[in-house]
Design a protein around this ligand. Sequence first.
Ligand code: SF4
Length: 512
Amino acid sequence: MDKIRALSSGGSKQMSTNGNGHSNGKDDSNSRAQGGAYAVPMPRADWIVKRKEEAARTGDWNMSQMHFARKGLITEEMAYVAHKEKLSPELVRSEIAKGTMIIPANINHPELEPMAIGVESLCKINANIGNSALSSNVDEELRKLHTAVHFGADTVMDLSTGGDIPMIRDAIIRHSPVPIGTVPIYEALSRVKRVEDLNIDLYLEVIEEQALQGVDYFTIHAGVLVQYIPMVSKRITGIVSRGGAILAQWMTAHHKQNFLYENFDRITKLMAKYDVSYSLGDGLRPGSVADASDEAQFAELKTLGELTRQAWKDDVQVMIEGPGHVPLDKIKEQVDKEVELCDGAPFYVLGPLVTDIAPGYDHITSAIGAAIIGWHGAAMLCYVTPKEHLGLPNEKDVKDGIIAYKIAAHAADIARHRPGARDRDDAISHARYTFDWDKQFALSLDPETARSMHDETLPDDYYKESAFCSMCGPKFCSMNWSSKVDKFNEEVHGLKKPDLTQIVTDQMALRT
Ligand code: SF4
């Protein structure tokens, strides 16, 4: 354990962003010392204590944000999110009450800096980390967490399937200012010899332990029903979801209905106590563009809609997971169906990859689909790394995946005209046009890479003031010539360019 703390203290101290994500818990009025070297901020600590005291007084132990929202209360988390998203607190409350926005925030995760997932808020991205039985360890996973948070992941899923899963998860949660999601069936499977030995009692035990640790959302594949299994026989790639495949095997072995579906209410009641949100898993998502939008996928989606309404009866927050691999022309249909069948519960989409031919570059094939599905209304995009289909991602793959998805989510925000979404673009464009190289680097998604690419050919400080770069050189720099045209327009026609100084100053302030 000391080793984890020693390593993660370095990671946590640096768990800043470069302006791409959360503010890294600047409110450190509450913090827990770890290993004596640093303190992990716990911005929710006081709020949670008060909420537990109130529950003890009233006997109402439903701690979900939806429960409070439906009682007409604006929690501290809702107010925090409203401020961050530039939305009114009442709008946040009413969206949560309706189920079209969630704040995944387990009451056992005080280190969390609240964030919202919903179509009214900015498009979010999730990064998956976690080891496999063949590779990785806790130090590596904490480095991946650090990289993911630093480059702007809004949530992180720990998908560990090997080693000491609870210990790795605890280290991740205790150092994470963003919500942590898991797929509990993985840990349940690690505790039995064969898939057939899985059962609801073991599953409930696992999710309660994870809820007590502070997991903020669970992927639960309760919509994979036994009657849908024959539908995948026509597919090229069958069932590609790990959770979906495990449950399909369990159902075929027992000739019984999915035990998560049959016991959904028991799971829901447990989640309400800790405010763990559902991420209703798409166990039958398409694994190739040929399989997109087929009968199996939409049959499961319909069931997820029914389960959503069932969870809402207990005021438990829900988001819906989506595909996968989808050709461009079928992307809009995916969102329309989800909104129709699941009453607008936030749509949390993996990719989608728009072609299957580029292993090694699937952060690109999927970011294309992610930008478009985000534009049409997906609330959160689950990243895909270049290693998809090939191996367990390392720290560099995590970074490449995050950057691709920050671009996709931001492009979606611009296209949806979300308040202030284009400010950073305008600021960086102004810096670029005025040859303010240092500001151009600082305002970029990955300043270090932008600077090093520029400096590869023009490293001297002198060139940070030059009105050209090595792409076109001084004689052919179009922006340099264009500035002379601006002068002409001003002097001869009295036409001034818009003044963007304030936007640049504001955007720079967000990044210092
Ligand atoms: S030289 Fe070309 S690429 Fe470089 S700043 Fe000028 S116009 Fe842009």
